[in-house]
Design a protein. Sequence first.
Length: 117
Amino acid sequence: QVQLVESGGGLVQAGGSLRLSCAASGRTFSNYLMGWFRQAPGKEREFVAQISWSGSRILYADSVKGRFTISRDNAQNTVYLQMNSLKPGDTGVYYCAAGPGSGFPYWGQGTQVTVSS
């Protein structure tokens, strides 16, 4: 099992920045694919970004490219999501996810991000 705890959410004005953190415990974090997803009110959960175990392969949703940066520190068992130039459309609950392969069987409880206009 892998336990994931997100932090860093909050209320920010449009154009501002936030950095989300996801602390992992349990099985070997450094071997896992890590991802961030988000869910806006009344919408389905959507993919935001993912990073391979080595950090060499990174994917972003088109909606966040150039504004968000995913990174990881395997020594600290933590993955980050730096979010810049935030827009009201970025509002939602942000979830950290982990998996040993191409999927994400492990999920955190989420952290709320609210961007005001």
